[in-house]
Design a protein around this ligand. Structure first.
Ligand code: NAD
Length: 489
């Protein structure tokens, strides 16, 4: 049994957080967590049934309709969010350990990426303080007060892969806007949002403002279909996102969807290869490629393709595949056997469709236990093949040659996705001109970055709407114009 650096409280392990209280699940059903590194069970957690979902929705509804939260000023909500941020900050080492234990993220990667969750809380806490929730505009009869009001009860649904950073984006923005929320954690990674709930309890967030349950698909669907839910913010697969959009359409519930990706990193012909690869490589198969914005297609000028392949494969071949709890591990296991077999299936398909396997393959790195997939690099990949088109969500990178800039743009845009991308060149304005032609919501020049004050989200099948930045707050607001018969004063 893992020893945790900070206490993992019995509330977080064994209860849900509904209406400001730690409650037992209605059915008593539990979900067993299996370590991706050892295949051993290490904990079990309660799973919500339909009664728990109804309770959580009812608590959020009451807190929105008759509680203080939506009526507080932005500055007052900001005060709560700032205190919440400090409570969460103290638990970062615990959250990092849990990211490793629950889903197998290498601990060094987890420690590096987790602070993005904190910066998201900090950003929305400060935005709530300064955001203009109301402004006045002159009209023929007098003036209009244009109000930005919280949309209502928000259902926040997260995937297992990066639960803490993802729910942080959603919770911080929704609470800053004045919404009340029901967070549905995935069964594979249930504890992160409950730790945020523990922090909410510590700072005295009013009852019902934040409710957290762990549940599977059916209860997620129940949440999405509830007429008491006004807004759904979902991160996960395209198929589920499409289902949610359909379920929301009858009542036109507001929807934000953050879905999958097949992002292209484009190396221009003038690129300084060592520095470009130093910046790019950590983002090509981070967390075994189980990150939505992983740069899984590398586009290389045909004349430099072989040079790119050997330089990139050499870097990847030196990354340690192994126990995610060890600080020098760079590639850990994938989530589970289903995920491992899916990834292996894509590797087999890449081989059968004629791509050149340069590194890795369908082996497990020699480990007796654990869901390991060797980091795999394909070269001479053509754009129409399965491995160039579909999100693999595993440590598999395809290198594709291109002929000229127009060809690079065509290949980069030739997938159903449009989440992220990056461009590498000695001339940053040349790279920027190319970035403007890429159909994706998040593009880095000579590197890949996330920033809480900048919107994140996808074109095409990668999603609808944005999280982060003021756009992320506006996603939880409705605009109301009140026409006054007097001049603004
Ligand atoms: P998933 O769609 O299977 O599940 C995501 C969440 O939705 C889980 O909590 C699940 O329980 C819930 N769910 C499933 N069916 C539901 C339904 N009918 N109604 C309501 N909730 C339902 O996705 P996953 O396998 O957990 O996550 C991997 C996917 O997430 C990948 O495609 C990845 O690219 C994507 N992702 C996107 C982003 C982004 O910001 N764009 C970030 C991380 C992951």
């Amino acid at each position: 049994m893992t020893e945790y650096s900070t206490a993992l409280s019995s509330n977080v392990r064994s209860r849900f957080f509904i209406n400001g209280e730690w409650v037992l699940s209605h059915s008593g059903a539990r979900h067993v967590l299996i370590s991706p590194a050892t295949e051993e069970p290490f904990m079990s957690v309660p799973l919500a049934d339909s009664v728990d979902v109804e309770r959580a929705i009812a608590a959020a509804r009451r807190a929105f309709d008759s509680g203080p939260w939506p009526k507080l000023s932005g500055a007052e909500r900001s005060g709560y969010l700032k205190r919440l941020t400090e409570e969460i900050r103290q638990r970062l080492p615990l959250l990092a350990q849990l990211w490793t234990d629950q889903v197998g993220a290498p601990i060094t990667f987890a420690n590096g990426l987790l602070p993005t969750g904190i910066t998201r809380f900090e950003f929305f806490a400060s935005l709530a303080e300064t955001f203009e929730f109301e402004d006045a505009r002159p009209t023929r009869r007098g003036h209009a007060r244009v109000r930005r009001e919280p949309v209502g009860v928000a259902a926040l649904i997260a995937p297992w892969n990066a639960t803490f950073p993802i729910v942080s984006h959603k919770i911080a923005a929704a609470l800053a806007a004045g919404c009340t929320v029901v967070v549905k954690s995935p069964p594979e990674s249930p504890l992160d949002a409950l730790i945020i709930a523990e922090c909410a309890a510590a700072v005295g967030l009013p009852p019902g403002v934040l409710n957290v349950i762990t549940a599977g698909r059916d209860e997620g669907a129940q949440l999405v279909q509830s007429r008491d839910v006004d807004k759904i913010s979902f991160t996960g697969s395209v198929a589920t996102g499409q289902w949610i959009a359909r379920a929301a359409v009858d009542r036109l519930a507001r929807v934000t969807l953050e879905l999958g990706g097949k992002s292209a990193a484009i190396l221009l012909d003038d690129v300084d290869l060592p520095s470009a690869l130093a910046a790019l490589t950590p983002f090509t198969m981070p967390f075994s490629g189980q990150i939505c914005f992983a740069q899984t297609r590398i586009l290389a000028p045909r004349a430099r393709h072989d040079e790119v392949v050997s330089a990139y494969a050499e870097i990847i071949s030196k990354l340690k595949l192994g126990d995610p709890r060890e600080t020098d591990t760079r590639i850990g296991p994938v989530l589970n056997a289903v995920q491992r077999d899916r990834v292996r299936g894509y590797i087999e398909q890449g081989i059968s469709e004629g791509a050149q396997l340069v590194l890795g393959g369908t082996g497990n790195g020699g480990f007796g236990k654990g869901y390991f997939v060797e980091p795999t690099v394909f070269a001479h990949v053509t754009p129409d093949t399965t491995i160039a088109q579909q999100e693999i969500f595993g440590p598999v990178v395809s290198i594709l040659p291109y002929d000229d800039i127009d060809d690079a743009v065509r290949i980069a845009n030739d997938t159903p996705y449009g989440l992220s991308g990056s461009v590498y060149s000695s001339d940053v304005e040349r790279a920027y001109a190319l970035a403007c032609r890429i159909q994706a919501g998040h593009i880095g020049i000579n590197g890949v970055e996330l920033a809480a004050n900048v919107p994140f989200g996808g074109y095409k099948l990668s999603g609808v709407g944005r999280e982060g930045g003021r756009e992320g707050l506006e996603a939880y607001l409705e605009t109301k114009a009140v026409f006054m018969p007097t001049a603004a004063g």
